[in-house]
Design a protein around this ligand. Structure first.
Ligand code: M6R
Length: 611
């Protein structure tokens, strides 16, 4: 997705912009550019392809650019118009006195473009962004300040966007605004920053301000102002982000995905800390919703977060005996949802910026539901839309494929299940505490799983060399794990993969099964294990190679499967955490074996903020 960085302050503008864009690289982009306020004009420098291409051009001009104090940077993911230098941001408006960078989509851009063309404006790109550059420039040329011009233009825009602009007439200033697309202000000493995500600025500051929909922000070296569109100043408190800049280093790992898989024990430890005591008693007093009034739960989320939601349903229904629906966020708002203020809508989003999940939250609010956001990102849009927030403390996740944030989401939902169960006295307190104590073991059991697996997963990837597709099977709590395993594998290795309830296999998917369709069975325990093993038999009879994820020492699994990826003995509540590890490592090693970039799968970005 596109990235924005803005800077006003010292003579290190180019360095800050490039560093910031570098921290957003993992989100995906196909061109990059800067607009620099220099020697009484705005200079636009843009290159197609990787940021390195832009860096090479800048390196050749180091001397000239080292005086620049104000500018904008952008990485573009093409939406309107192909990836090309002309379509790369920043875009200049009018005679070149205004430069604009933009994330999102201006839905009414054709109509605005026609109006501008009718007034003689000549367009230099195929983008929707360029209309904004010209509209702002027209107003600035007519004598308005940049801030006022931007405020005026905002009234005409439809869609979701974050936009930042500089004007030749106002050296030392950057103005910006947003509507349904993220934008934060970073606070410095004698310098200030703007970015579409806090990650871009962690090397510079940990103090941030949020910008709300429709507000205008103006930064200069020693001031930051937030204003309404009519120009009234707005008071805004800073918030602190405790992620450190080291989170964006590989720390000896080959890829972020592998690093983040190994960070899962720490992610779980931080997420559970202070929320679950050694006796297994949960404390979710941070949730500012009266949970005793809740009689129905709806979980909305996308992708991996949706799978965490399915696991949350198991936990809440089992422990708290409250009915739970789990709905894919992009479906929710079109499903004519209903409920009342006894309905708790839990919206799960690692980024807190996913458009569909935000839309689902708005739909829930429209009928008066209480909304609880589960997110990894403090200050994200979802935290501002919800009645209460539970932060997953997984730390910054850079790899597009979610791993540590998934287990942290499941842990938070387990905590919620325990809290609801305790309030409702749904099961005896003694049993609840036992679940709680079991959950506390999550970090160490995941650590143990990593140890038991060692390099076993790497050794089984040969099974996938001639694979045409793969089938992940599970029952009960293992079914969401099968879905998640299949998503991880297809996402980063591009091997078509299905996740299915094992018992449903015979109703269609079995047609896929042959020697070119490895089957990965997440066995689980008890009756579920027995039944899943029977399904595995059926796939063996059709020539499939079978990988079983089973408890260490499970003789039945060892006899039947070609390969067993063992997980340690653990309380039932920990099954999703320990089974995640072999599934994630399998996806990782299959992709590596295919020579793919696991951190940045094709066609995907870390956060899906534009529909
Ligand atoms: O930021 P979100 O949790 O809202 O993102 C939702 C999905 O896009 C995300 O979980 C996606 O499916 C994963 N990156 C897949 O690994």
């Amino acid at each position: 997705m596109c990235g924005i960085v803005g800077y006003a302050g010292k003579e290190r503008c180019v360095e800050v912009l490039m560093e910031g864009l570098g921290q957003l690289e993992y989100r995906g982009y196909d061109s990059a550019g800067l607009a620099l306020h220099r020697e009484g004009r705005i200079e636009q420098i843009r290159e197609v392809g990787r940021l390195d291409n832009l860096a090479r051009v800048l390196a050749g001009r180091n001397g000239e650019l080292s005086q620049v104090r104000t500018g904008l940077g952008h990485t573009r993911w093409a939406t309107h118009g192909r990836p090309s230098e002309e379509n790369a941001h920043p875009h200049l408006g009018g005679a070149g006195g205004v430069a604009v960078v933009h994330n999102g989509i201006i839905e009414n851009f054709s109509e605005l473009k026609e109006e501008l063309e009718a007034r003689g404006v000549v367009f230099r790109s195929e983008t929707d962004t360029e209309v904004m550059a010209h509209m702002i420039a027209e107003r600035v040329e007519a004598g308005e300040t940049l801030r006022r011009a931007l405020a005026g233009v905002l009234q005409r825009l439809e869609g979701s966007f974050a936009v930042a602009a500089v004007s030749v007439d106002e050296p030392g200033k950057v103005v910006a605004a947003r509507h349904q697309s993220p934008l934060v202000v970073g606070l410095g000493q004698g310098e200030n920053f703007l970015a579409s995500a806090v990650q871009a600025l962690l090397g510079e500051t940990h103090q941030f301000l949020v910008v709300e929909n429709g507000e205008i922000v103006e930064i200069a070296a020693s001031s930051v102002g937030v204003f309404t569109t009519s120009g009234e100043p707005v008071e805004r408190e800073a918030f602190e982000v405790d992620w450190d800049a080291e989170a964006v280093e590989l720390g000896g790992y080959e890829d972020y995905m592998l690093k983040e898989i190994h960070e899962q024990p720490a992610a779980l430890g931080a997420t559970l800390l202070d929320r679950l005591d050694s006796g297994g008693v949960v404390d979710l007093s941070e949730v500012e919703i009266d949970l005793s009034e809740i009689d129905r739960v709806v979980i909305v989320a996308c992708g991996t977060a949706y799978h965490a939601g399915l696991l949350g349903k198991h936990a809440i229904e089992k422990l708290a005996r409250i009915p739970v629906e789990v709905v894919i966020a992009s479906e929710y708002r079109y499903a004519d949802p209903f409920g009342d203020d006894h309905t708790l809508v839990v919206a799960i989003s690692q980024s807190g910026e996913t458009t569909d999940t935000l839309a689902a939250v708005q739909a829930a609010r429209s009928f008066g539901a209480r909304v609880l956001a589960v997110t990894n990102t403090r200050g994200s849009l979802i935290t501002r839309e919800a009645d209460a927030v539970l932060i997953t403390k997984a730390g910054l996740e850079i790899c597009v494929a979610s791993t540590k944030t998934f287990v942290a989401q499941v842990a938070v939902l387990d905590l919620l299940a325990l809290a609801l169960a305790s309030i409702r006295r749904a099961i005896p307190e003694r049993e609840l505490r036992e679940f709680g104590r079991g959950l506390r073991l999550a970090p160490e059991k995941v650590e143990e799983t990593l140890g038991i697996l060692g390099n076993r997963v790497e050794q089984v990837v040969g099974i996938f060399e001639d694979a045409r597709c793969s089938l992940f099977l599970g029952r009960g709590i293992s079914y969401p794990m099968a879905l998640e395993g299949a998503l991880k594998l297809k996402e980063i290795s591009y091997l078509p993969s299905e996740g299915y309830p094992a018992g449903e296999m015979k109703h269609g998917p079995i047609a896929l099964v042959d020697e070119h369709c490895p089957v990965i069975a997440v066995l689980g325990e008890g009756l579920i294990r027995e039944k899943t093993l029977s399904n595995v038999e059926e796939t063996l009879a059709r020539g499939a190679s079978v990988i079983a994820i089973a408890r260490e020492g499970d003789k039945g699994a060892e006899r039947m499967a070609h390969v067993v990826l063992p997980v340690p003995e653990a309380p039932e509540i920990l099954a999703p955490f320990i089974c995640s590890v072999p599934l994630q490592l399998l996806a990782y090693h299959v992709a590596k074996n295919r020579g793919l970039d696991v951190d940045k799968p094709r066609n995907l970005a870390k956060s899906v903020t534009v529909e």
